[in-house]
Design a protein around this ligand. Structure first.
Ligand SMILES: Cc1cc2nc3c(=O)[nH]c(=O)nc-3n(C[C@H](O)[C@H](O)[C@H](O)COP(=O)(O)OP(=O)(O)OC[C@H]3O[C@@H](n4cnc5c(N)ncnc54)[C@H](O)[C@@H]3O)c2cc1C
Length: 414
């Protein structure tokens, strides 16, 4: 683990990133690469409260699907080549509506692709990203927490819980849904509570996954299964899936505490037999599902990215995919600022902040709208909605050209 020199004097940096999980760590690595490729010295600090182990809140037991478009961006940043060995390709996605006729498939081959996306385990990703950060020029403060910050005319002064202080021109908040930076700056979010809780667990089935992912809309909320890499303890004819199952908060408590057999029976009943029989389940963790977002994820010399800017329902697996597009958008405006000026550049200047805001608005707004529509539309049992969504799924099956725009959105192509 890298730890920067903790001194009582103020460390001056160009950019300080608070939060070193998926968004913050990829941004720090992207900035380090930019600095090398443009031959410009960027002083970058990354402050992360937790070391990358199994108790880390951002690199926990979850697996996430990284869309095809995000793999492309991670490759451009030189990060995917380090993570590739951890990925399980998704070659097909099956979408269905429990108890109704609607179902459709998205397949990689007709789109000329090897995979629609890749599934990775966050705990393993965290270790790789921190190893890469240790080799980079990024000054990593970890474990260290930002405890207070003071906006100043030329930047922000951050105080850390180890007693050190940092001054930055540009502050990037990548500190998640309960962003401390946002609270210190008195910024608020708009919230939608879906009154759903996600049960997340790894499950084993008695049939091979053959690189299929599944999304099933049930009365309580969506149920997703992502294919995972095999491990020695799992028989070769069986497969591992990462389960995300949205249910009511009361049901979530019951399911979390239920005996293994009761849980597996309930899951089998909700999902059906498309992946064979569910034979085992690992630790069950729950996450309350809300959508929260900052309409303007900026402040004086400060930019919010990833979950700090918006926290999505995992229905469409878009949280990190959208967060990565924030990161890429920010890297682009910084690259432009650096290439347009030869000498010193003030990276916290107001034009750069507003360029970032403008560049992200359309993508953020449309992703948020689509997700709210999906959650509300597919968790509702009013018959016109049920009929409409089933017809929609059927149409996608019957008219393959309609699938391309849906697939493009799902794969995060910009
Ligand atoms: C059940 C579930 C399934 C999901 N599936 C998918 C999926 O399939 N595809 C997808 O793209 N997304 C998915 N997501 C969303 C995705 O996991 C998140 O969008 C992403 O991990 C958020 O990363 P982040 O870095 O923005 O924030 P976080 O992971 O919240 O990280 C914030 C970091 O900031 C640190 N921090 C906080 N306060 C301080 C402080 N004061 N000082 C220093 N550090 C601080 C924390 O320790 C933490 O490491 C899913 C989410 C859930 C809940």
């Amino acid at each position: 683990m890298t730890t920067a020199k903790h001194s009582t004097q103020v460390n001056a940096v160009d950019i300080a990133i608070v939060g070193g999980a998926m968004a913050g760590a990829t941004l720090a690595l992207g900035l380090a690469k930019l600095s090398v490729s443009l031959k410009r010295t960027l002083r970058i600090a990354l402050i992360e409260a937790h070391v990358a182990d199994h108790n880390h809140p951002g690199f926990d037991a979850r697996s996430i699907a990284i869309a095809h478009g995000s793999i492309f961006e991670l490759s451009r940043l030189g990060i995917w080549s380090k993570l590739k060995h951890l990925g399980t390709p998704i070659e097909n996605i099956h979408v269905s509506d429990r108890g109704h006729f609607g179902m459709t498939e998205l397949n990689a081959k007709p789109l000329g692709l090897d995979a629609l996306g890749q599934v990775v385990e966050l705990a393993r990703v965290g270790k790789v990203l921190f190893d890469e950060l240790a080799k980079s020029q990024v000054n990593v403060f970890c474990p260290a927490k930002v405890t207070s910050l003071q906006p100043q005319q030329n930047g922000h002064l951050l105080s850390l819980d180890d007693g050190s202080q940092l001054h930055c021109q540009l502050l990037v908040a990548a500190d998640g849904a309960h962003s401390v930076v946002r609270q210190h700056l008195g910024q608020t979010t708009e919230q939608v509570d879906f009154e759903q809780t996600a049960i997340v667990a790894n499950v084993i089935t008695d049939a091979p996954h053959q690189h299929w992912a599944y999304e099933r809309f049930t009365q309580t909320g969506p149920l997703a299964l992502l294919p995972m890499q095999s491990v020695p303890s799992v028989a070769s004819a069986q497969s591992r899936f990462s389960l995300v199952w949205a249910v009511s908060p009361a049901q979530a408590d019951e399911l979390k505490q239920a005996d293994k057999t009761v849980f597996l029976d309930a899951l089998q009943h909700a999902f059906g037999h498309r992946v064979g029989r569910f034979v085992d389940v690992g630790q069950r963790v729950s996450y309350p599902l809300t959508l929260s977002y900052m309409p303007r994820p900026i402040y004086h010399r400060c930019i919010f990215v990833g979950n700090a800017a918006q926290t999505l329902h995992p229905i469409a697996g878009q949280g990190f995919n959208l967060g990565l597009r924030d990161v890429v958008g920010l890297l682009e405006v910084i690259e432009t600022a650096l290439t347009q000026t030869q000498g010193e550049v003030d990276l916290g200047n107001i034009q750069l902040i507003h360029q970032y805001l403008a560049s992200r608005q359309r993508d953020r707004d449309s992703t948020l709208r689509n997700i709210e529509f999906l959650v509300r539309g597919f968790s509702n049992q009013h018959w016109p909605l049920v009929a409409g969504r089933n017809l929609g799924l059927r149409l996608l099956s019957w008219l393959p050209p309609l699938k391309r725009p849906v697939a493009q959105t799902a794969m995060g192509w910009r």
